[in-house]
Write a protein that binds this ligand. Structure first.
Ligand SMILES: C[S@@+](CC[C@H](N)C(=O)[O-])C[C@H]1O[C@@H](n2cnc3c(N)ncnc32)[C@H](O)[C@@H]1O
Length: 220
């Protein structure tokens, strides 16, 4: 399926306002998470999540994760020596899973319920060593509908300590698009690298088709 066909398939499921996302039922089944009919997360991403977690924790310290989902990346973050793991999650039913996860975690987990767009002002400037951003946009109102990480770039730059590292679900097969790179640079980043990761995408996946995806390694 082309990217355009993906967009059309997801569009048919129907947009959900971010504020409504909070109370939509979350269905966990067969290694997948869907919310309001949207395919939010699938466990074929496991090795990619492991890679993102390794990048985000490469400096240790305080790690900020955005989007809990199936908790795959959160589990991998907890396998690295860190000081604290702050996790922001918008959906209430997913948040209930996050609270259970926090009880059994090796390193301190601070769960925060809400949209990152509402929660970020409470994160102080230059207070975070590593960021893993992996949310999902159910709202299709502009051309960046599925690139929900783009509006986050400027916030990532603000809250990262100098030398801190930022990574995220990139939606890029083998390199940053010129627009993507430009947005990172406009946010202030100049140290931008990537790793091309092999992924075992099933044929019926609605949101990704390629067999690779890049893991961004973006440092402040
Ligand atoms: C793709 S999943 C995260 C997958 C996770 N990295 C894992 O390994 O399982 C996206 C998560 O982000 C949450 N989410 C979506 N929009 C959000 C927002 N604006 N702020 C915070 N969380 C959001 C969804 O409810 C969902 O739990």
């Amino acid at each position: 399926m082309s990217n355009q066909n993906y967009d059309e398939a997801l569009f048919k499921i129907g947009a959900v306002k971010p504020s409504d996302w909070k109370k939509k039922p979350a269905i966990f089944s067969d290694g997948k998470l869907s919310i309001a009919g949207h395919p939010v997360m699938e466990d074929w991403e496991d090795s990619y999540m492991q890679e993102l977690a390794q990048i985000a924790t490469s400096n240790g310290g305080v790690i900020l994760e955005l989007g809990f989902g199936l908790g795959l990346s959160a589990n991998y973050i907890q396998q690295q020596p860190i000081d604290k793991h702050i996790i922001i999650e918008a959906n209430e039913e997913v948040f209930a899973k996050l609270e259970e996860f926090a009880k059994n975690a090796t390193y301190e987990v601070e769960p925060r319920l809400g949209l990152w767009e509402e929660m970020l002002p409470s994160i102080p400037d230059e207070s975070i060593e590593g960021i893993l951003f992996d949310t999902y946009s159910p709202n299709f109102e502009n051309e960046e509908q599925f690139e929900c990480e783009f509006p986050f770039f400027e916030h990532a730059y603000r809250i990262l300590k100098k030398g801190g590292v930022f990574t995220y679900y990139s939606s890029e097969v083998s390199d940053f698009s010129p627009q993507h790179l430009q947005l990172l640079q406009t946010a202030g980043f100049s140290n931008i690298e990537k790793k091309i990761c092999a992924v075992n995408t099933p044929d019926d996946c609605l949101y990704w088709k390629s067999k690779t995806m890049i893991a961004p390694i973006v440092k402040k």
